[in-house]
Unconditional design. Structure first.
Length: 316
């Protein structure tokens, strides 16, 4: 939904109201000149359908979601104030990086890339505050999740390379070539269907309990005894992985007691974020507005149809 074009599209939608007295008009009577270059003028009437096709669906979805959230907020007595919006900004900064200066630079970059100007940025903070208040009562933090979060932040981590293939026969063929002495990383570049193939199969370091990594992959990786060992084929999703242990980095020594509060907060924030995203999707999914602008209607129908298809869970 966050697209660099959305900010422009929101402005376009805002211009859809009747022209105010004294507003500039082009020679052919089209309302609102937005740009002049050499002897050419560009009007809102000229640019509006282009913007509607490019980002109209995202802009309309944001506006409709905000309206629905405002209604729920009124019903629940939720009224985010400035302190709540500041809290949301601090939460986003904390998520981006522990170093405050680096987090601020990353946030500025995100805002530029996603077209989050002052109006949409404040709307995003308000939206997050309302969504968080709506889902917070349903969030429950389990001890196993706290252990996993602490392990991911402070425990030992293993670096590995993987080769992903679509079926067991392909995995066995890779094993045969490895047995003949072919390098694992070269085979990953040649054969792997994973995004890590271009890096010779090198994937991000993984803790023993990292919930973001499929359990089968974690168990196979941590069952390897020494660097250079390769796992048997491991079924992940609808395909198979071969995993080679590269090295193990030790933990930083922070105990669970010392890191518990931070781990609990990490788990809570992750659950809230997942529930917030799901709630927003659930609210928008059944929405079928009557759109009177042809370009915007086309954008809405194309994008929402694609979103519905992408919401379906992948095979396996």
């Amino acid at each position: 939904m966050h697209n660099a074009l959305v900010a422009i599209a929101c402005a376009v939608l805002a211009q859809a109201s009747p022209q105010q007295p004294g507003a500039p008009r082009s020679a052919d009577g089209a309302a609102g000149i937005v740009a002049v270059w050499q002897q050419q003028t560009v009007t809102w009437d000229r640019i509006r359908p282009v913007l509607a096709e490019l980002a109209g669906s995202e802009a309309l979805a944001e506006v409709l979601l905000d309206e629905m959230l405002a209604e729920r907020a009124r019903a629940r007595g939720i009224a985010p104030d400035e302190a709540a919006l500041e809290h949301e900004e601090r939460t986003l900064l904390e998520f981006l990086d522990e170093d405050s200066a680096r987090a601020r630079r990353l946030m500025d970059d995100v805002r530029v890339r996603q077209g989050l100007g002052p109006v949409r940025w404040r709307a995003l903070l308000w939206r997050n505050a309302v969504l968080r208040a709506l889902v917070a009562p349903d969030v429950q933090v389990a001890e196993s999740q706290v252990l996993a979060a602490h392990d991911a932040a402070h425990g030992p981590r293993r670096r590995a390379r993987v080769i992903a293939v679509p079926d067991l026969r392909g995995a066995q063929a890779v094993n045969e070539r490895l047995a003949k002495g072919e390098p694992f990383d070269a085979l990953a570049v040649e054969l792997s269907t994973d995004a890590s193939a271009a890096r010779g199969g090198l994937v991000q370091a993984t803790s023993r309990l990292d919930p973001k990594v499929p359990s089968g992959m974690r168990e196979a990786l941590w069952a390897l005894e020494k660097p250079g060992d390769v796992s048997p084929p491991v079924m992940v999703g609808t395909g198979y992985l071969l995993i080679r242990l590269e090295r193990e980095d030790p933990g930083d020594g922070v105990t669970l007691e010392a890191g518990r509060d931070r781990a609990v907060r990490a788990v809570r924030l992750a659950q809230e974020r997942a529930r917030m995203d799901q709630l927003a999707l659930d609210m928008l999914r059944p929405v079928k507005p009557t759109v009177f602008d042809d370009s915007l209607a086309d954008s809405w129908n194309r994008v929402r149809t694609g979103a519905t298809r992408s919401d379906r869970p992948p095979p396996g």
